[in-house]
Write a protein that binds this ligand. Structure first.
Ligand code: DP6
Length: 348
């Protein structure tokens, strides 16, 4: 970290969303947003957030727009509290204007907090005059949203929980220093594709991932078994990636997602993200596998099904998902790159 040019600066950064292949679902410290276990993801080229941050001495308070509309009080409060971390680090009190735009498919309902906080972490720190390492950015993004720590990096990414059993190679002293993401460079990355099947049709608003994972941890009889499964799945997924074994990775991806949802479904009261079309999509995925295609499904805090596949099978998988009842939109994404600065007004 090193301070750079003086305020006020205006910086625009871009980050891609990621889909977890081994899910993050549960925290060990809510205040610092520390995950209970590690996770592993693929950053996606097709889902992008662009965020502009300007620290402005004339502003009495932080302001924020999302897709051109003023952010709600909850969203603004969460962002403002997170911006305080950046201000404390930079030694400034100046308020910021944040404008964030998601370049996601229309009304997809896909979560944007991963790309959102990753783009915000890069834009806000630069605009505050800080230059952080990717690891420092990952830690800061994680404090905003756990999955965002992974969107600092492109391709396959591993988030270390920072627990005694899941520390990075060069772990340091505090929990916060140890819960960060790293890129997992692999020749597999260029062959992987994610087919995203949007399940539409009047889907009711469901509980967000933050509240849902806390409720699951507190009430699900399967939560401890879920965390134990993640601790087994992570090294197995890393071994499959190292071996370039897409089928082994895919089998783990689908099993891990089903285990997460099993734990969520067993919460009291239940958290059920699936719609009938979600199960129809999973049936299509099984049929594709039966026909020899590379296809493994995964679901997050919503009804949509993302299918891990290969470049060779992506078109056939997308066509089958498009033909599945209840699917309203399908897109194919390759791996995306890391978060980048696209404009730095102070640098012009
Ligand atoms: C199901 O990163 O949104 O997408 O840290 O509370 O902001 P917070 O949670 P968030 O949770 C993501 C949950 C998930 C799985 C994953 O991305 O690993």
């Amino acid at each position: 970290m090193s301070p750079s040019s003086p305020l006020p600066r205006a910086v625009t950064a871009r980050a891609h969303a990621n889909i977890a292949l081994v899910k993050y679902w549960g925290k060990r410290d809510a205040a610092r947003n520390l995950p209970a276990a590690g996770s592993l993801s693929l950053t996606l080229d097709a889902l992008t957030t662009v965020t502009h941050v300007a620290f402005d001495p004339a502003l009495p308070a932080d302001t924020m727009s999302l897709d051109g509309r003023p952010a709600g009080a909850g969203e603004l409060g969460r962002t403002s509290a997170w911006l305080d971390l950046v201000r404390a680090r930079a030694g400034i009190a100046t308020r910021a204007r944040v404008d964030s735009t998601n370049h996601f498919p229309t009304a997809s309902g896909l979560a944007s907090s991963a790309s959102g906080y990753a783009a915000l972490a890069l834009a806000a720190t630069r605009a505050a005059g800080l230059t952080l390492t990717a690891r420092e950015l990952s830690i800061l993004a994680r404090q905003g949203s756990g999955s965002a720590a992974r969107s600092i990096f492109g391709g396959l990414v591993r988030l270390h929980a920072g627990t005694p059993t899941d520390r990075g190679a060069d772990a340091r002293s505090s929990d916060d220093d140890e819960a960060y993401a790293v890129a997992l460079p692999s020749p597999l990355t260029s062959t992987l594709r994610m087919v995203i099947a949007i399940v539409g049709g009047g889907v009711p608003k469901t509980i967000g991932s933050r509240d849902a994972m806390d409720h699951c941890a507190e009430t699900s009889p399967f939560y401890a078994a879920w965390i134990a499964a993640v601790e087994r799945d992570l090294p197995a997924a890393e071994a499959a990636i190292a071996a370039g074994d897409v089928a082994a990775l895919g089998a783990l991806v689908e099993a891990n997602a089903l285990a997460m949802h099993a734990a969520a479904i067993a919460s009291r009261p239940a958290i059920i993200y699936w719609q009938p079309a979600t199960l129809a999509c999973l049936a299509t995925v099984r049929a594709l596998r039966g026909a020899g295609r590379a296809a493994w499904g995964t679901m997050d805090a919503g009804p949509h099904v993302k299918v891990l596949t290969t470049a060779a099978d992506a078109d056939a998988v997308a066509a089958a998902m498009r033909a599945t009842a209840g699917v309203t939109e399908v897109m194919i994404s390759a791996a995306g790159g890391p978060a980048v600065v696209v404009e730095d007004a102070a640098a012009c």
